[in-house]
Design a protein. Structure first.
Length: 185
């Protein structure tokens, strides 16, 4: 989803400079090869201040990094929820609440300044169910196009998965279950 957001931003606002934080070397290389962002870095610098950040990763650290590096007056779009196992603090549950309820919250901090947290859950349950049903019904078709770029029909379909796809040791089973083709017009 982070790659899709980056593509949409650069297409709608060609002068914007997009940085993607991707800690995994293989994924970072794919993002660089496809020229999805201006800069791809393995981690965010603590001294860096960002006017806007999109959190498209469910690891709590992604939300912590985005909020802690928000520039005064900046916005953090909580596009991704937080992993259930990491909902152990009031702060993480609060961010998850903002995300799920699609709230806009102003946070005033005397040291770091005011920032805005904006929740965006992205999909409705009905849309997720429909996507999963589509994959079950047409899996043989989707299995042929995993990790490939297909040109044609008025759009380009990019399957931005782990470079190893379903054979990835860490995320393979998740990828197989929730194959997410990103359609770029």
């Amino acid at each position: 989803m982070g790659c899709l957001i980056a593509r949409a931003l650069t297409r709608l606002h060609p002068s914007i400079r997009v940085t993607i934080v991707e800690p995994l070397d293989d994924r970072r290389q794919v993002i660089e090869d496809l020229k999805i962002a201006d800069v791809v870095i393995p981690r965010i610098s603590t001294g860096q201040k960002n006017p806007i950040s999109f959190v498209a990763c469910s690891e709590l650290k992604a939300s912590v990094d985005a909020v802690s590096t928000a520039a005064p007056g900046g916005s953090v779009i909580l596009f991704s929820g937080i992993n259930n196992g990491e909902l152990t603090s009031d702060q993480s549950r609060y961010w998850e609440y903002i995300h799920r309820r699609e709230l806009r919250v102003r946070e005033d901090n005397p040291i770091t300044g005011t920032i805005f947290l904006i929740g965006s859950s992205g999909y409705t349950i009905a849309e997720i169910v429909a996507s999963v049903q589509e994959l079950y019904l047409h899996y043989p078709h989707y299995s042929l196009i995993q990790n490939r770029i297909i040109h044609g029909l008025n759009s380009e379909v990019e399957l931005l998965l782990s470079p190893c796809g379903i054979h990835d040791q860490k995320h393979g089973s998740e990828i197989a279950r929730v194959l997410k083709p990103l359609i770029m017009l």
